[in-house]
Design a protein around this ligand. Structure first.
Ligand SMILES: Nc1ncnc2c1ncn2[C@@H]1O[C@H](COP(=O)(O)OP(=O)(O)O)[C@@H](O)[C@H]1O
Ligand SMILES: [Mg+2]
Length: 293
């Protein structure tokens, strides 16, 4: 909140900035019926629901919800070289590991790991270490998405991980968008709290605007020096189209959808949030309230 207030003080468009109370009172409570929260609060169920309605999602390889499924993962993943481990009820990139097979072991964020270490991480996920409410959770293994080549211009060549596109949708209308990119420090995740950079997207053209890094506005990448503006976000038109359907499918009137754009299959929906964060306003230098009007 502090950073949003600080930003509010020096931007002329500040009037339309939405705070957490405003988001809850004006958007989340009136538009999101509690009975539909379970459609999005777990990523596994949300992906199943979207896939059943022909929205592309990353493939779920295996779900761990107890000792038997825990013991089974090495065999289930034996033919897969790249995969992601996630908490079903995680948020903000916490607990997500991008893993690559490396000889007889694995590698993640530059660290070598063995099967037992991945199992330990999975157990931590199941114990609720990364879940929304710290109660026990389910872990799952997911297909690794590979960035569309057009995104290399934004991310740089040596940074691992994918960009994601956050779309805010109200009553089936997309009202704001940003693309978040991973950085050297964000360990393959694009979430802003992990050190990712959020870059506003012009909804009409699908092109990038300026960025936001650690709650400051930036026009060039702090690590590579590349300018952010004017890059056409691959798959953006499809994402806009999918987002209208997703809002209907999950039964919620105010959501944040995270998409990625795979180099082969194009846009995929990663997850849906019923209480999307407010930093997207900094990345767009524009308030959500003014968009609602
Ligand atoms: N299947 C995947 N392949 C590659 N990277 C991924 C994948 N899923 C997630 N990520 C990375 O992790 C970030 C957070 O993933 P997400 O599913 O949105 O969970 P969270 O609820 O923690 O935000 C994404 O922005 C992306 O950078
Ligand atoms: Mg997310």
């Amino acid at each position: 909140m502090f950073s949003l207030l600080r930003w509010k003080n020096y931007l002329p468009t500040a009037k339309g900035v939405l705070g957490i109370n405003g988001r809850n009172l004006e958007l989340v409570y009136p538009h999101n019926d509690r009975q539909f929260f379970p459609n999005v609060d777990g990523k596994i169920r949300c992906k199943e629901l979207l896939a059943a309605h022909d929205i592309p999602v990353p493939k779920t390889f295996h779900v761990v919800d107890g000792p038997r499924t825990l013991a089974a993962w090495p065999e289930k993943l034996s033919k897969v070289d790249d995969f992601v481990v996630k908490p079903n009820r995680g948020y903000g990139g916490n607990g997500i590991m991008l893993i690559r097979r490396n000889g007889r072991g694995f590698i993640s964020s530059g660290m070598t790991l063995d099967t037992a270490e991945i199992s330990f991480h999975v157990v931590q996920i199941c114990n609720g270490a990364f879940s929304l409410d710290n109660i026990s959770d389910t872990a799952f293994f997911e297909e690794t998405i590979v960035n569309h080549p057009a995104l290399k211009q934004l991310i740089g060549d040596d940074v691992e991980g994918i960009a994601d596109v956050r779309l805010i949708v109200r009553l089936q209308q997309p009202i704001m968008a940003m693309i978040r990119i991973p950085t050297g420090e964000s360990e393959g995740k694009a979430n802003l709290h992990q050190g990712g950079i959020g870059i506003g997207i012009d909804l009409a053209t699908g092109r990038t605007l300026d960025g936001c890094y650690r709650n400051r506005i930036v026009t060039t990448h702090p690590e590579t020096g590349r300018a952010f503006r004017g890059i056409s976000v691959p798959g953006f038109a499809d994402m806009l189209e999918f987002s209208k359907h997703i809002s209907q499918i999950v039964g919620l009137g105010y959501i944040g959808i995270d998409f990625a754009c795979d180099h082969r299959s194009g846009p995929v929906a990663l997850e849906v949030n019923a209480r999307p964060g407010l930093n997207i306003q900094i990345a767009n230098q524009s308030g959500l309230k003014s968009r609602l009007r």
